[in-house]
Design a protein around this ligand. Structure first.
Ligand code: ASP
Length: 464
């Protein structure tokens, strides 16, 4: 049986936490393939190693290597090696390699930065393997470039080539079958056809682990982090939310896409394809079982499992009397968005109006052109027919149990109304697994709190 694990940045932030990671790897011999992120924050104001690398890269690209940051980076790793009494020379080769890359600026900035960004993952993986070897384990680092993790050339947002699944399988499966090796793979990156480093989106080590779990037909994918699992709502917004014990893949995907900062949203795709469960667990408290995500779960009576929200949307409200009778109206409208390269996040329609939400980031410059296009192509009677609202939020309430209970939408909207929160759009898909409210960003936190209180707030203590 093979378990693939992935350890997040805080689990690797310093020597002490790496020691816990190594203990977890040793505690179960099925943990044969282990994906590591770069060291994360040691304390709130600290800088993640990946961010240090980005800052160093940007400085060097602009003509001045920020030597102070390079020293800081070296110190991050040498603190870890000295914790384990691993000699200094261990790091020299890798840091030398990184230094050469930093100094060799290429024409394209994203390509250049992607050459540097994976070094947090690479170096910590080599350190972890060395620590394991000192504990008599046969541990070895397998770099993504050596196991066929080939992606397209979208630097900073790379996507795995379909053919890589087979390549990775055929390089690692024999290792697992023919030896007792503990395999360590640095997360977050791959290489393109030309062998250049490419990184996934930030948080992409989750994806590396899921890809490996898929290719190796793992029994389980464990995602080790610094919380007891996925919480019902953001703990910065509600106090002490419970951990969700079980989620279906679909619930977890809704939550991840709606802003719950739990998993890289694409993580579940390779797992769903092979029906591999995912267990989110806490490196710092192994007694907790965490959140278990699989295709199905036993009915547990919960109507709502979790609440997430995402800020930063722009909403376009389009109104035209009789739009419901105009054949092809929506497709003409969609065309205008696609011609301008604006991707749509959500559409809510009624008889004479439609509300379209798009992510503000990267799109706001093009919203004006979309609006012009809508007016020019006669999709509204006059310019008053199209309105734009900025700084909108989507609040997403997720739970498979909603399907079986009448009146959920009504309860949710009265909870928001009693908080004097104006709901602008409501979406409920045919799956009835989620309800999404579009509202003003300034109301989003209160909206999450209101829904949380409705379903989860613990009973106040009775006064004696
Ligand atoms: N180290 C990368 C990041 O900070 C990837 C990861 O942690 O998953 O985004």
């Amino acid at each position: 049986m093979v378990i693939v694990t992935k350890f997040g940045g805080t689990s690797l932030a310093n020597g002490r936490s790496l020691e816990q990671v190594v203990d977890i790897m040793l505690a179960n011999t099925d943990r044969r393939v282990n994906v590591l992120s770069a060291p994360g924050k040691r304390y709130k104001e600290d800088t993640k190693v990946t961010d240090l690398l980005v800052q160093i890269g940007i400085g060097a690209y602009d003509g001045k290597v920020p030597t102070q940051l390079v020293d800081e980076l070296t110190a991050r790793f040498s603190d870890i090696t000295s914790y384990f009494n691993i000699e200094g020379f261990f790091l020299e080769g890798l840091l030398g390699q990184l230094d050469a890359k930093i100094r060799k600026t290429s024409a394209d900035k994203d390509e250049y930065l992607d050459g540097i960004k994976p070094y947090g993952e690479i170096i910590i993986s080599e350190i972890a393997a060395e620590v394991l070897r000192r504990k008599d384990m046969d541990a070895q680092v397998y770099l993504p470039e050596d196991i066929g993790m080939v992606t397209n050339s979208s630097f900073g947002n790379a996507k795995l080539e379909e053919t890589s699944y087979e390549k990775i399988g055929s390089s690692l499966k024999p290792v697992l079958e023919e030896s007792n090796k503990v395999v360590i793979v640095p997360g977050f990156y791959g290489v393109d056809e030309q062998g250049r480093y490419t990184t996934f989106q930030r948080g992409g080590s989750d994806l590396t682990g899921a890809i490996l779990a898929n290719t190796l037909d793992a029994e389980l994918y464990e995602n080790w982090t610094d919380t007891n699992g996925i919480m019902r709502a953001d703990p910065r917004i509600v106090s002490n939310p419970d951990v969700i014990a079980r989620l279906t893949y679909k619930e977890a995907r809704e939550l991840a896409y709606s802003g719950a900062e739990i998993l890289h949203p694409d993580t579940l795709i390779p797992l769903i394809a092979k029906n591999i469960p995912l267990n989110v667990r806490n490196t710092f408290d192994q007694s907790k079982e965490g959140t278990y995500i699989a295709a199905t779960k036993k009915t547990n009576g919960n109507v709502v499992e979790g609440i997430a929200h995402q800020d930063g949307f722009t909403m376009m409200y389009i109104e035209k009397i009789g739009m419901n009778e105009e054949t092809g109206y929506l497709s003409k409208l969609m065309n205008i968005f696609s011609e301008e390269g604006v991707s749509i996040d959500q559409i809510t329609t009624s008889v004479d109006s439609v509300a379209i939400a798009v992510a503000s980031k990267g799109n706001n410059g093009r919203i004006g052109a979309v609006r012009e296009g809508i007016i020019r192509k006669g999709l509204v009677d006059n310019s008053n027919g199209v309105d734009v609202g900025y700084d909108r939020s989507m609040v997403c309430i997720v739970g498979e149990g909603m399907r079986y209970v009448p009146g959920v939408l009504q309860r949710l909207s009265s909870a928001l109304t009693s908080e004097k929160i104006n709901i602008e759009t409501v979406y409920q898909g045919p799956s009835e697994r989620n309800i999404i409210f579009g509202l003003d960003q300034k109301d989003a936190v209160r909206a999450v709190q209101a829904v949380y209180n409705l379903y989860f707030a613990k009973q106040p203590m009775q006064a004696k």
